[in-house]
Write a protein that binds this ligand. Structure first.
Ligand code: ASP
Ligand code: MG
Length: 415
């Protein structure tokens, strides 16, 4: 069997859903599991509903917007839209029902935000049926078991393998449609896997069911050495080793979710990245291979924050102080993107998530003088050559740089 994953952009309007359907029609003879994301920017809209509810602000218009967006799409897709519109109305009603005050903030988030994938998968499933394609709709919450870390569910691999294999045994022939990004804990509460987590879902299914391959369908022709919107001369890699692709995601390449590679590499399952706008284009295969002489890979990671901890008592930064800093970072589950030390200060760069950054600064201020800078972009140049090394070091607004023999990183102020 194979696994396909279609993200929000590939199903953002009726024509896009038709395009996905035509890709699926070419594969309908195969045993195929299809993972879909919420349509377009629905996840962002659902997040805004939850945040507005928490702040006591009006959220009704946002929900209405979500309803109308899907309603319009359904009306364009179906000759007899009523049954699908009824399903949509039920799902949208359940957004309202789920908004209750007494549950934990992150649990509430997962209950509500997961509905984007539920709605999307129902529409696509119904559309496949209306096109005469045999399909089965499965609820990912019956397939992916996580712990109860809401918003960042950790997968219980053995339970998930069991659940997936059991579901597979009971299947009727045809395509399986399920949701990316969501799973459930052992009390059946919805738990999401972290933003953009649908790629990871495809990898989980591929790995637990020992798929022949996993394909992520994107709006780019494959994995490229830079974002073509920033660098039009970017090229597509025909193939990449797992390790190279994993490192690219570590530095912030958004083409694949960082958690996707590991389960596939462990199972030696090839991961294809292909274009949904031009399916005839070969794309990139990430697998067990060696590629000599890779060109520089340039990754931009936006919305960074640089924090500097300075000692104030005329001593130097010592290991005990570093350990205080690392403890505070670990306690908040923060990932360091770059770090650098000098005699009297230790600086590091992290993603700017306001709540977490502020909580961290508060903690660090108990021990240090703390400075911070926001609106920064971290640029990583992997496998740099002389030209790219010079170009990025001399870029305007560099406030920190670091290089090894293979990788240069510069942190720049957004201009
Ligand atoms: N819909 C979710 C998100 O936008 C998951 C995904 O698209 O992968 O984060
Ligand atoms: Mg998405």
């Amino acid at each position: 069997m194979k696994v396909f994953k279609f993200g929000g952009a590939s199903v953002k309007h009726a024509a896009a859903v038709r395009n996905v359907t035509s890709i699926l029609k070419q594969h309908k003879e195969e045993s195929l599991w299809v993972v879909v994301s919420a349509m377009g920017k629905t996840t962002n809209a659902l997040e805004r509903v939850v945040f507005a509810f928490r702040k006591g602000e009006d959220f009704a218009a946002e929900i209405q917007g979500i309803f109308e967006y899907h309603q319009h799409l359904i009306r364009e897709l179906f000759i007899h839209p009523e049954p699908v519109l009824n399903q949509l109305a039920k799902a949208v009603d359940s957004i309202h029902h789920n908004l209750v005050n007494h549950i934990d903030e992150d649990e509430l988030y997962d209950r509500v935000v997961s509905l984007g994938e539920v709605i999307s998968s129902q529409i696509i499933y119904q559309f496949l049926l209306s096109e005469g394609i045999h399909a089965t709709w499965l609820d990912a919450r019956d397939l992916i078991r996580t712990d109860s870390t809401f918003r960042e569910g950790q997968v219980d691999w053995s339970a998930t393998t069991q659940m997936l294999q059991n579901a597979k045994k009971k299947l009727a022939p045809g395509i399986v449609i399920t949701q990316g990004f969501i799973g459930a804990d052992n009390q059946n509460r919805s738990v999401t896997l972290g933003r953009e987590g649908s790629d990871f879902t495809a990898a989980i299914i591929g790995s637990c069911l020992k798929a022949e391959s996993v394909t992520i369908w994107k709006d780019v022709p494959g994995v490229m050495n830079a974002d073509p919107k920033r660098l039009p001369a970017a090229i597509v890699f025909p193939e990449l080793p797992y390790t190279e692709a994993a490192e690219m995601t570590y530095y912030g390449a958004s083409v694949i979710h960082p958690k996707t590679i590991k389960p596939l590499a462990l199972g030696n399952i090839p991961l294809w990245v292909k274009s949904f706008t031009d399916p005839s284009f070969a794309g990139t295969v990430i697998h067990d291979c060696k590629v000599e002489g890779l060109p520089p890979v340039i990754v931009f990671k936006e919305n960074q924050c640089l924090i500097s901890c300075k000692v104030t008592d005329f001593t130097f930064v010592n290991e005990a102080q570093l350990s205080v800093i690392f403890h505070a970072i670990t306690a908040l589950n923060i990932k360091l993107n770059v770090m650098q030390n000098s005699a009297i200060s230790f600086s590091f760069c992290i993603d700017f998530r306001e709540n977490k950054v502020m909580a961290l600064i508060e903690k660090l201020q108990e021990h240090f003088e703390v400075y911070y800078n926001t609106n920064l972009t971290l640029i990583t140049i992997k496998n740099y050559d002389e030209k790219s090394f010079d170009t990025y070091r001399k870029r305007e607004g560099v406030i920190l740089e670091q290089s090894s023999r293979s990788t240069l990183q510069v942190l720049v102020k957004d201009l």
